[in-house]
Design a binder for this molecule. Sequence first.
Ligand SMILES: [Zn+2]
Length: 161
Amino acid sequence: MTLVVTMTEEALKTGLGVATLPGCMDTISASTARMLAAEAEIVPVVLGSKSQPLDLGTSRRFFSEAQRRAMTVRSGGGCEGPCCNAPLAWCDAAHLRPAGYGPTSVDNGLLLYWRCHLLLDKHGWQVRREDDRWWWTPPPWVDPAGRERPGGRIPPLDLTA
Ligand SMILES: [Zn+2]
């Protein structure tokens, strides 16, 4: 069974305010809705400006086409891995924090070629986002200085300087 709970994006993010259960007049607190969503089959859906779901709860493991489009725009049309430039056709949407631990959302998703996906999942690279760009920090055995590399399709940094 799926229970639809509606709440504002602000309430979802902050846990403040109330959530509404359609079909009855009851409300529950937004923080209760967040907790339930993490543990049960309640799926929070945050609607974008055109009412396309942009942010789905943890019970949804796969990214929607709208989410992929949003990531494609952000990435510049290719892998969001470090200095990679693999074309979009080679990339899949990956979770920054794995499904079950983080939401299936644009903020928790990267478009990655499989080699860059391995950097994230297996090889100890750290990723953070600043505005619309991901920044990748290699583990010490790759670069003892830990210099960050930008993700997405831009000319790579000159790391020989
Ligand atoms: Zn890549």
